[in-house]
Design a binder for this molecule. Sequence first.
Ligand SMILES: *Cc1c(COP(=O)(O)O)cnc(C)c1O
Length: 414
Amino acid sequence: MSRYDHTLGVHAGREDLRELGVHALPVDLSTTYPLQDLGTGTASLDALVAGQAEAENPVYARLLNPTVSRFEKALARLENAEAAVGFASGMAALTAIVLATQERGREIVAVRPIYGTSDHLLESGLLGNKVTWTTADKVADCITDETAFVMIETPANPTLELVDIAEVVRQAGDVPVVVDSTFATPVLQQPLEMGAAMVLHSATKFLGGHGDVIAGAVACSESLAAGLRQVRVATGALMHPWAAYLLHRSLPTLKLRVERAQQTALDLADRLAGHPDVERVFYPGWRNDGQRELLDRQMSGGGCVLAFEPKGGYRAASTVMREVSLMTPAVSLGSVDTLIQHPAGLTHRVLSEQGRESGGIGDGLLRVSIGLEEADDLWADLTAALRAARPATTDPSSCAGPIRDASPSALKTA
Ligand SMILES: *Cc1c(COP(=O)(O)O)cnc(C)c1O
């Protein structure tokens, strides 16, 4: 199970600061670096273009940036990985995985649901790949000689379904398994210990934690990292040093933030499950069909995101989103403040209707990323919004304005 602790979270990637004579993380914004001599420059450039993590001279910031490297080393320690590679966004990180593994083949086996844009990237074939969608129990049946990697996301977005990482790894055999662990963070889950080859993070979410940085990262073996760095050098989807600084600055509080928000999420999931205007609640391990046992085996907690369906479907969901005042009605997750959004209309809108259906993403579903506010304040906000959404009280005169019919099916033709 998770070996993440506060000491590691606070000190990872700061080991040399005392020696450097500084206390805060240094930021290096150089785009180019003075060369000692041409020979050193050439040797360094060759090493970095080949995907090495370090060289005597960084040469050019697209090849290496010390502030980004420092964050990568910290994240690698938190994931118990040999290496981590930072990118401009979570999507840039997934793009690099697809490109770097193409020599194995161009087929990807993936289990739905995954993040909407990840689904779209794989499904569109934009990067010259094909995708076979399957369920976690049928991964083995879908693997061919051309399979580049198996992609899973757990907990999955937005239904919080858990996928058994060790079991998927077993089915995948020698095909690498990529786990999007954005919702779990290294605090709650360490997929490499269960045999995954790569852990993908949208660092925009919990790792950043304050809603002010877009970034992505992959933790993996040094040899896989070399391939990812080669793609990064060639495509330029870099993590900016300011982003790396902000992410690294947020790591010491990651465990505090996740554990506090998780406690509130559990509390609110419980209260929602008992609320008369709520149809269904989704939270990791919530169902009794083996998901609870899987949660205990694979994670040290269910995390900070829950989802629920208010009674009254799409109309009720859109009213709740409009009526909350403490919660922020916005996409994204993992921030210090609580965010509420409608997956079918927003984050998972790019999916086909069938894709949403097979992923269990209904028109009434709301996803809530719990922040650090007091649970009672969030509950008061939610219950007031639910009251406003109650079918009997939604007569037109009680509405601030007309409800635009933005149901996913209506928007599709727009
Ligand atoms: C947000 C998100 C992504 C995409 O990351 P960006 O940083 O927005 O590019 C990928 N996976 C999951 C689970 C996400 O929540």
